[in-house]
Design a protein around this ligand. Structure first.
Ligand SMILES: Nc1nc2c(ncn2[C@@H]2O[C@H](COP(=O)(O)OP(=O)(O)O)[C@@H](O)[C@H]2O)c(=O)[nH]1
Ligand SMILES: [Mg+2]
Length: 290
């Protein structure tokens, strides 16, 4: 049913620009998204916001003040806000986000922002979906260093040092510059660093300009083609994985996985041998030695 709907929508998609916004909780992602949405709205663009962060004011997890501050956005017909706070299994969340993005794209929303918290697989998957990923950091606490450990650096196209009204901004900026200078990207883009004070709207214009620069960079036809092909290739592999696993699980007799699991637990058999057997029984693998 859903896929029938998506099939019909699909020809009307491909116009929206998708921005992933990620970073630790409390770094100011929602506040920034709110500011960026206002900025794009002022350019006459329709804006869609999807908050995956369950603590986000956009998903209703906010303190009262945030809700009041954002009320004008909540009631604006040109701004669509939706939260998807529950994490699904096996890429369920990123699929749900992808589908929501397609619907909004088809409905004519030109800028789509997806707020995610943390650095899980979901965030990385969503970063792949987005045209551009903003990584939000805050000054101090060696946050930049911690973030690189968590593997978030690879996905950032633009790094925002928010809360630039706090001390240690320059040190954080220097650390970040040092980290970025050692990593070189295949596509030749040098990630930009922008400092903001989201609560006061400072640096938002600069951030919006940085976003436009990356957008222009991506619009190069050869680059756009390469990105598009690798994006949809990835989606096909993802869909294939989902569909195949569902098919395969249906073919495995009731209770069989539990029985196998018990054998592994008691060390009667190892999981690798069981995998060979399972695939052979399903006719997915040639006879092997085991
Ligand atoms: N001092 C300061 N506080 C900020 C700034 N941006 C956001 N905040 C505050 O930081 C808190 C967390 O912001 P929020 O946008 O909800 O962060 P999120 O969890 O990353 O979405 C809120 O109380 C904001 O008002 C900023 O630039 N400077
Ligand atoms: Mg938030």
């Amino acid at each position: 049913m859903v896929s029938e709907l998506l099939k019909e929508l699909f020809p009307h998609t491909g116009r929206a620009f998708v921005i992933g916004v990620t970073g630790s909780s409390g770094t100011g992602k929602s506040t920034l998204v709110d500011q960026l949405a206002r900025h794009d709205k002022s350019l006459g663009r329709k804006v869609g916001i999807i908050a995956v962060d369950p603590t986000s004011p956009f998903s209703g997890g906010a303190i009262l003040g945030d809700r009041i501050r954002m009320q004008s956005l909540f009631t604006d017909p040109n701004v669509f806000i939706r939260s998807m706070a529950t994490r699904g299994q096996m890429g369920g969340l990123s699929r749900a986000v992808n589908e929501a993005l397609l619907v909004l794209d088809a409905a004519g929303y030109e800028t789509l922002m997806v707020e995610t918290v943390g650095v899980g697989q979901d965030e990385v998957d969503i970063a792949k979906t987005a045209h551009l990923t903003l990584v939000i950091l805050v000054p101090g606490m060696g946050d930049a260093i911690q973030t690189i450990k968590a593997g978030i650096m690879e996905i950032g196209d633009i790094f925002v040092i928010n809360k630039a009204d706090r001390p240690e901004v320059f040190r954080t900026e220097q650390e970040l510059e040092a980290l970025l200078s050692i990593a070189s990207r295949e596509d030749g883009w040098n990630p930009l660093i922008v400092k903001t004070v989201a609560t006061r709207g400072e640096g938002i214009k600069e951030l919006a300009d940085a976003i436009e620069r990356y957008r222009a960079f991506l619009s190069d036809p050869r680059r756009a083609k390469r990105r598009g092909v690798s994006f949809f290739r990835e989606r096909l592999v993802e869909m294939l994985r989902d569909r195949l696993i569902q098919k395969v699980l249906k073919q495995i007799p009731e209770g069989e996985l539990d029985r196998y699991a018990e054998k592994i637990m008691t060390r009667e058999l190892d999981p690798y041998t069981i995998m060979d057997r399972l695939l052979r029984d399903l006719g997915l693998e040639e006879e092997t030695h085991d």
